[in-house]
Design a protein around this ligand. Structure first.
Ligand SMILES: C[S@@+](CC[C@H](N)C(=O)[O-])C[C@H]1O[C@@H](n2cnc3c(N)ncnc32)[C@H](O)[C@@H]1O
Length: 351
């Protein structure tokens, strides 16, 4: 069959796009290497030649030059007329201490232990079991429990992602009667630090697995909030501490199947008094006929793939979340978008 010139060009463009997508993992790996080596920090103060950068970060000069070339199109570095590499605004995001830094995320996302799960994505799609299990012989969360370095790195990357979200959450909720917050699966304590920092009379309880508690203990002590924040290690499939005015489940339900999410919600319900509130923070999947910002849709799709391939959970629509809540004895009162972030709070009460 004869193709017109326009059709042939369109076919070539399709092939280019698909080939780029197929090889996108190479770019991820390259960004991970830049982040791990600390290249952005090395050139932050002044532009440098590749051989000087290589010396500072402990890399092979030729190989580092090729890495910089390979990532050129990302616009992380500028090159001056003398061939010295300087940092652009986008490159700042790979600095360790930049506001909104993505360095830790780049490292954790491309660490060999995490990456390996994606080699088993087809298995995840065939069976529904996350690829992490055949890759490591255990769940993602059990792996973190026995690998403290990976756990600390994961918690730090979560904290970087959630910084804006935590600030928006604190802005959205008047402390009112919520004096004692229980953050279930509270991770490194970022949300409680933000909450307690803004409400001097409030108290917090962070409940999580022991690897996260160790990370949170340092963060909460550094913020001088230890006297107002209890840390409890445990398993939310066994039970959840009692006595809170508000129970927060921030980015927890999406990690689990409906059955497991139901078990977590039921344990929260069992721990809560009749006047306590449940605040569920999630990305809410837009319904099919609902308009939504392209970046929210993209993030939801990517995170859902991560849940499928690595953790074993899923992202959900408002209707699905509302149904899960109802099945565990909650009434969804309102959904509050956390302005400036893709997350929302589902504010629910016991029925
Ligand atoms: C995706 S992270 C969310 C952390 C934090 N809430 C946030 O929004 O950034 C999920 C958290 O659930 C915790 N977790 C996983 N399994 C758990 C369990 N069985 N019992 C208690 N916490 C658990 C993890 O350690 C981790 O801190």
């Amino acid at each position: 069959m004869q193709h017109s010139a326009a059709e042939s060009e369109a076919n070539r463009a399709d092939a280019r796009r698909l080939a780029e997508a197929i090889n996108a993992y190479q770019l991820s790996a390259a960004i991970g290497a830049l982040a791990r080596l600390g290249v952005a920090d090395a050139v932050a103060a002044e532009p440098l030649h590749p051989d000087e950068i290589a010396k500072r970060v402990g890399a092979d000069t030729g190989a580092l030059g090729r890495l910089l070339e390979a990532t050129h199109d990302l616009g992380l570095f500028s090159v001056d007329v003398d061939g010295r590499y300087g940092l652009t605004r986008a490159g700042e995001l790979l600095r360790a201490d930049a506001r909104g830094s993505l360095r830790r995320l780049a490292i954790v996302s491309t660490d060999e232990w995490r990456w390996r799960a994606y080699g088993h994505l087809t298995h995840a799609v065939r069976t529904g079991e996350p690829g992490f299990v055949p890759a490591h012989g255990c769940s993602f969360w059990d792996y973190l429990e026995s690998h403290p370095e990976a756990a600390a790195s994961f918690q730090e990357s979560m904290a970087r992602i959630s910084a804006l979200r935590d600030a928006a959450f604190v802005r959205s909720y008047d402390v009112g009667a919520l004096h004692r917050i229980v953050d279930v699966g509270g991770g490194d304590g970022s949300l409680l630090c933000a909450w307690l920092g803004a409400h001097p009379d409030a108290r917090g309880l962070l409940f999580d697995r022991s690897n996260a508690i160790e990370v949170a203990r340092k963060k909460i002590a550094a913020a001088e909030l230890a006297d107002r924040c209890e840390l409890v290690a445990g398993d939310f499939f066994d039970s959840v501490p009692e006595g809170g005015d508000a129970y927060v489940l921030s980015w927890i339900l999406h990690d689990w199947s409906d059955e497991k999410a139901h078990a977590i919600l039921s344990n929260c319900r069992g721990a809560m008094g009749e006047t306590a509130r449940l605040l569920v923070i999630e990305l809410v999947v837009p319904a099919r006929d609902e308009a939504s910002a392209a970046d929210v849709t993209r993030m939801v799709r990517q995170t859902d793939l991560e849940m499928l391939g690595v953790v074993g959970g899923r992202e959900r629509t408002a209707a699905e979340l509302s149904q899960l809540l109802a099945q565990a004895g909650f009434r969804l009162d309102r959904i509050v978008p956390l302005v400036g972030t893709p997350w929302s709070v589902l504010d629910a009460a016991p029925t």
